[in-house]
Design a binder for this molecule. Structure first.
Ligand code: HEM
Length: 297
């Protein structure tokens, strides 16, 4: 890792890192308070919900990292360019293959609020690259902070393997100490040469980035609620998808998917399958009918 000794830019607005933390306090709370995040923190997350959020994050990081690569030499971004330590797209690809199987690209949904976030990332990357640092800050420092708590919760709630499969997104192999890395990242943000007017815009963009995340969580919550209502509170994955996940990774997500349906935290149960008891009762009835007929003859 590189040294934290970076030249600091001075301004009436103070260091960018401090200003960002202060400016986003309220929206951070708002993000934590979304129903989706509140449930998540209580361990109330089903496999269905987790797959949805991971899919949305894939689209977000795909766009974010495409724009970061485009701007890696831009003076407003270069000091915080840490692809080996931070980039998440490849990790999300591994997770999505684990959860959806090899055809995951055709399976994952991109809801409207996620599309809006993606569009904003491309707009910023292509038209206002000096604001890109606000988006990188919002996601990567978040992933290195609360994200580490969410990892443990997801692992426990979904009973994912302790080997880390399905949780690559939350695992930063290139970062040995999240705390130290965040210090380095803040120092690098503070080293970006920026006038106060641009700094003000970066702060506004960071708030916007948080609200885009809030929008994603709110829409996912809505999708989950609607599908729960439609199914009369029984979550049933498409049989084809379920079959494929089971056969693709026999000891992996298939078993998690299975548990999710039966003992998920929101007590979701499987509605599929015919109980063997029914067959026994039907056979006994047939025997009785046959016996009565024989007796009648
Ligand atoms: C359940 C949800 C969340 C929890 C429990 C949580 C928790 C935390 C905690 C404890 C910290 C402070 C870490 C430290 O000072 O070292 C933190 C920082 C941060 N979080 Fe979250 N967070 C959540 C959601 C989010 C979301 C949705 C985002 C944005 C998408 C986010 C972005 C950030 C950022 C950017 C920081 C760094 C603040 C700074 O030091 O400047 N968090 N979070």
């Amino acid at each position: 890792m590189t040294s934290t000794q970076s030249p600091r830019s001075h301004s009436a607005m103070g260091d960018l890192s401090e200003a960002l933390k202060e400016a986003t306090k309220e929206v951070h709370q708002q993000a934590e308070d979304t129903e989706f995040m509140r449930n998540f923190q209580k361990g109330q997350v089903s496999l269905h919900e987790f797959k949805l959020v991971m899919s949305s994050l894939y689209f977000v990081y795909d766009a974010l990292e495409e724009e970061i690569e485009r701007n890696k030499n831009h003076p407003g971004y270069a000091p915080v360019y840490f692809p080996a330590e931070l980039h998440r797209k490849a990790a999300l690809e591994r997770d999505l293959e684990y959860f959806y199987g090899p055809q995951w690209r055709q399976e994952i949904p991109c809801p409207k609020a996620t599309r809006k976030y993606v569009d904003r990332l491309h707009y910023v990357g292509q038209r206002e690259p000096q604001l890109l640092v606000a988006h990188a800050y919002t996601r990567y420092l978040g992933d290195l902070s609360g994200g580490q708590v969410l990892k443990k919760i997801a692992q426990k709630a979904l009973q994912l393997p302790t080997s880390g499969e399905g949780l690559a997104f939350f695992t930063f192999d290139g970062v040995s100490s999240a705390t130290k890395f965040k210090q380095l990242y803040r120092a690098r943000m503070d080293a970006i040469e920026m006038d106060d007017s641009t700094k003000g815009k970066v702060l506004e963009e960071a708030k916007k980035a948080f609200l885009l995340n809030v929008g994603v969580f709110e829409e996912l919550q809505e999708i989950v609620s609607v599908s729960a209502k439609k199914n009369g509170h029984l979550i049933q994955e498409e049989p084809e998808l379920h079959k494929r996940v089971h056969s693709a990774v026999p000891n992996g997500p298939g078993s998690a998917a299975h548990r999710d349906e039966k003992t998920g935290p929101s007590s979701r149960v499987s509605a599929s399958g015919t109980s063997p008891l029914r067959w026994v009762v039907a056979a006994a009835l047939l025997l009785v009918v046959a016996a009565v007929c024989m007796y009648a003859i």
